[in-house]
Design a protein around this ligand. Structure first.
Ligand code: FES
Ligand code: FES
Length: 164
């Protein structure tokens, strides 16, 4: 067994883990954070995407023993996140989910796109989402949802301030 200490959704945690325990299994099995789904468990589907030190990663491929000292954020940590609130509403409006299995990973990647690429067009959004598979929606709703959040954020930034 190996001891690992990291920050998980803002809380310091310390656990004994098997050296081969993945970050995905760690958050699900040791901390009951089951919002992150596991699909392929070989780095292909993106369902397990979570944020480590601000970067989206495939948590099925990462050994938690290598994550000492990092800041890990699972989907549960974004309840009050401004961008995630906008994305959740847009996913609902644009029918960007059906079974919902891919959705936590999609939202994690979508938030990264919104933060990093405010001028992304639909082609770039498709490219950025290429590591997240969805077997239900055909992706169109997901692309529209992310585009709509980018558009509304841009309009808010550039809207004339008419307040006196
Ligand atoms: S479960 Fe991690 S990429 Fe599919
Ligand atoms: S909504 Fe079912 S896999 Fe994406």
């Amino acid at each position: 067994m190996t001891q690992v200490s990291l920050t998980l959704n803002g809380n310091k945690v310390k656990n004994e883990v098997e050296p081969r325990t993945s970050l995905a299994d760690f958050v699900r099995d040791h901390h009951d954070l089951t919002g992150t789904n596991l699909g392929c468990e070989q780095g292909v589907c993106g369902a397990c995407t979570m944020i480590v030190d601000g970067i989206p990663i495939r948590s099925c491929l990462v050994r938690v023993a290598t994550c000492g000292g990092t800041h890990v954020q699972t989907i549960e940590s974004f309840d009050d996140d401004e961008i995630m609130i906008q994305l959740r509403a847009a996913f609902s409006t644009h029918h960007a989910l059906q079974c919902g299995y891919c959705t936590p990973g999609m939202l994690a990647t979508a938030r990264d796109i919104v933060m990093r690429l405010p001028d992304a067009d639909t082609n770039q959004i498709r490219l950025e989402l290429s590591g997240n598979l969805c077997r239900c929606t055909g992706y169109t709703g997901i692309i529209h949802a992310i585009s709509s959040v980018l558009k509304s954020r841009k309009e808010n930034i550039f809207a004339p301030n008419t307040a006196i």
